[in-house]
Design a binder for this molecule. Sequence first.
Ligand SMILES: [Zn+2]
Length: 341
Amino acid sequence: MPNWRVLIGVVVTSVLGQPATAKDFLAGANLYNDVARYASFGSHRFGSPGDRATADWIAGELQAAGLSVEFQPVILGRQYFVDRATAEVDGTTVDATPFWWPPSDKSSFRLTAPVARDGDVAGKILWIELPYDRVVARLGAGKGPAIVVSTPMTGWYSCVCERGPGIANFLALARTVAAEKRPGNFVFVATAGHEIGHGGMELFLKQGAPPPQDTLVWVHLGASNACFAWTAGPEGFATEHKVDDTLRSVVLSPSAQLLVGETFAAIGAKRLVAEKQAVGELRDVQAAGYPNFFGMAGLHRFFHTPSDDLRTTSPEILEPVARAFADAVRKAGERGERAFK
Ligand SMILES: [Zn+2]
């Protein structure tokens, strides 16, 4: 069973202070800068250099915001990077991506990483463990029920609008909470391995997450929460730079209906009240027994393709989502358990 890398940031403030006059981290231009930064790392496949650069960047940003950060230990049991894959139909050959995991008996493998294991490994290299940094963040001692904020960091290809808006929201929320010195126990977790069975979330739920009875709410910043709608035309796909609200959903526990109804009123999206089963990584959160949760998840035109790039979002469509999440997190913190009655 492979292990997964999880980046955890924790803010705990026990001192009640006046909120400082803070920079508006939730402004669209600031959010878009973070999406652009995320895009600059290239492919975000779990275990890739882009994944690593992303984790280091997020850790650095959380640290700069005043959170203490460390990596949870993770070893990647296996991961492949595709050199070349093609599909052939009627004599035409096109580039392709293998179905994951590629069957090991039908692929050829080239080892590019130096392998260091105990003993003499010459000629019998069977297993690669890619070393990762270990970063976990803490500040002070956790008091009171936790507000957990999660977002996945990795995905297929560039995954700019799949993951970028969630990551930008995540950083903006962490900076806001830290700058305002909000009382409460906040845990920020950026997980890896979303594209291969939600691995990072699975690991965090087993190790590191506050237990359900100590958690006020779980807030998940999932896929494609602010991406453009596109239409197919003679010159390819075109967009009027309007958000696609048919492909995104607000997912919530029944207990979060009042809070979400109040704070997400301006967000055009399907509402998915998880009576029995949530979707995406919130499904894992719900299955682990957390009664209060909300988040967003969706798709977009270029979802899971190499064309998921910076053209798929804008400051204007990013900002309302970030503000809705910030408002909901603020009110949850102020109201405590009463927010979920
Ligand atoms: Zn994905």
